[in-house]
Write a protein that binds this ligand. Structure first.
Ligand SMILES: [Mn+2]
Length: 303
């Protein structure tokens, strides 16, 4: 008899309908707000479609046992305002549920606006926002709109429980004048350029952000895939050279998740039509699986 091939289902067989599954996943396939090339609306489905082919252990050999409740995608709607309203409502419901970590898959970075609004409503204490990105997304208005993918952090800082003291960027290397002005006016922002990551090391930067966010009740971690170097993540609309490696990303997230109360995460700007051999979608999936491992480790060792 020939050897049977082991077939996995979605999320490597970890998918679960349980309301108290440790991980929640939701897709926001929206790319109406980009300044240049789109395609991120295809990311949630593409990333999911790769998961049956992925193993179910972390890179350190820990077998994943967390359950993953996949809520599917927020249905397309040509009315932008109504769509963001729906994203906010759905995210609010998930954030208020029993999951240890909701992970939202974009979509372009504009989807982070309604997601963070829901987050700020859910966690009414002091909240923190960390953005892994080549851009700061601090424009007040971009391309004639306040909700473009270059406005995300600017809109998020308008939430009353987020202050610049608890806002941090990692990987910056492309700026608008008004973003530099915003930082000059608000110098308590954690402002870490890609060059400073190269010079000082990602672990130093991660520990600085941990120290910056001390006393914060809940952290939202936003991963824009263009924070990575285009050699790592070519499939994105606005690639910027000189960025971080996936190794650095994983080491960064390992430190952040181990030391801070991360209560939500997004992965945005993956554009499958611009990708090569799915490496960018696979980078997103790899990040998610390692993060699932970080959540599992924390559950097993609460202190
Ligand atoms: Mn970006």
């Amino acid at each position: 008899m020939s050897k049977l091939v082991e077939h996995h289902s979605l999320w490597s067989g970890l998918a679960s309908a349980d309301a108290d599954a440790e991980i929640a996943v939701m897709g926001i396939p929206f790319d109406n707000a980009v300044s240049w090339r789109d395609g991120t609306q295809h990311a949630p489905e593409r990333i999911r479609s790769l998961t049956p082919h992925l193993g179910f252990s972390t890179e350190e050999g820990e077998i994943l046992r967390v359950r993953i409740r996949d809520y599917g995608d927020i249905e397309h709607d040509l009315n932008w305002e109504r769509y963001f309203g729906n994203v906010e409502l759905a995210a609010h419901e998930i954030l208020n549920g029993n999951h240890k970590l909701p992970v939202f898959i974009g979509g372009d970075h504009s989807v982070g606006i309604p997601l963070f609004k829901a987050f700020a409503k859910t966690y009414t204490g002091k909240i923190g926002y960390i953005q892994w990105d080549s851009h700061a997304d601090l424009a007040d208005n971009f391309g004639g709109h306040p909700w473009s993918h270059a406005n995300t952090a600017r809109r998020n800082i308008e939430q009353p429980n987020l202050s610049c003291d608890n806002l941090a960027f990692v990987g910056l290397r492309s700026f608008l004048t008004e973003e530099l002005d915003f930082y000059a006016a608000n110098p308590t922002i954690g402002w870490h350029t890609a060059r400073s990551v190269y010079q000082r090391g990602i672990e130093t930067i991660a520990h600085e952000i941990v120290a910056q966010m001390r006393g914060v009740d809940a952290i939202y971690m936003s991963v824009d895939i263009d924070g990575f170097d285009p050699a790592t993540a070519p499939g994105t609309g606005t690639p910027e050279h000189g960025g971080m490696s996936l190794r650095e990303g994983l080491e960064f997230l390992r430190i952040i998740f181990a030391n801070l109360p991360v209560k939500a995460m997004d992965i945005v700007e993956v554009s499958p039509p611009l990708d090569i051999s799915d490496v960018t979608s696979l980078a997103a999936a790899k990040i998610m699986y390692e993060v699932f491992g970080f959540v599992q480790q924390k559950l097993n060792n609460p202190n």
